[in-house]
Ligand binder design. Sequence first.
Ligand code: SAM
Length: 217
Amino acid sequence: MRLRNITGSKEIIAENRYVIHEPEKFKGCWNRDIFGNDNPIHIEIGMGKGRFIMELASGNPDINYIGIEKYSSVLLRAIQKMEANELPNLVFIRMDAEYITESFDKDEVARIYLNFSDPWPKDRHARRRLMSENFLDKYTHFLKQDGLLEFKTDNRELFDYALTQVPVAGWEVLRHTYDLHNDEEMSNGNIMTEYEERFSSMGNPICKYIIKQERVR
Ligand code: SAM
């Protein structure tokens, strides 16, 4: 995502009530301390401007959503949308997902969404890809055993790489498609992200997989 440094975004976020500061303090108690209920928790990592997770949260009031974004200037856009349309079941974290295991406890999360994650095209940066074995291993620390991870991208090379990582990390592919918008079953209920709208309008087919952990921990 192209980043424009928006003056003051760090300061605005530091004081914003939709953003959970020091998220590691809520490890193991997100439901009790933040949402005040026992609903399942779904997270989106790299949510960008937040359109996808806000639409999900609006349509699913019985699920708690946490949107994670690394950059303040991008998160600010999601905050502005929340200010216009507050959702009680959604909060944001400004965090590099590299440190995600510090903020979620075993079995705390029921679903993970990755949408149009940065490709990190150089081999030496492969570990930074959010669907790499490195990250799948992190997710096993807090995703429920029967929890799902959903990934969408228009980058075919990245998608092929992502598929190779699934068995290596001890996960299994439940469903996948190389053309989501023409896949009747998988496109049912699909919510478009900002990037998805942009790239599909350019004619790029959208790839998607849904995976789960294979081995019992
Ligand atoms: N998911 C949105 C969409 O589909 O429209 C945004 C896609 S954009 C290409 C990727 C987003 O992931 C950016 O906003 C970027 O800042 C964020 N991101 C990349 N690496 C991240 C990380 N390690 N932790 C948290 N967010 C990250």
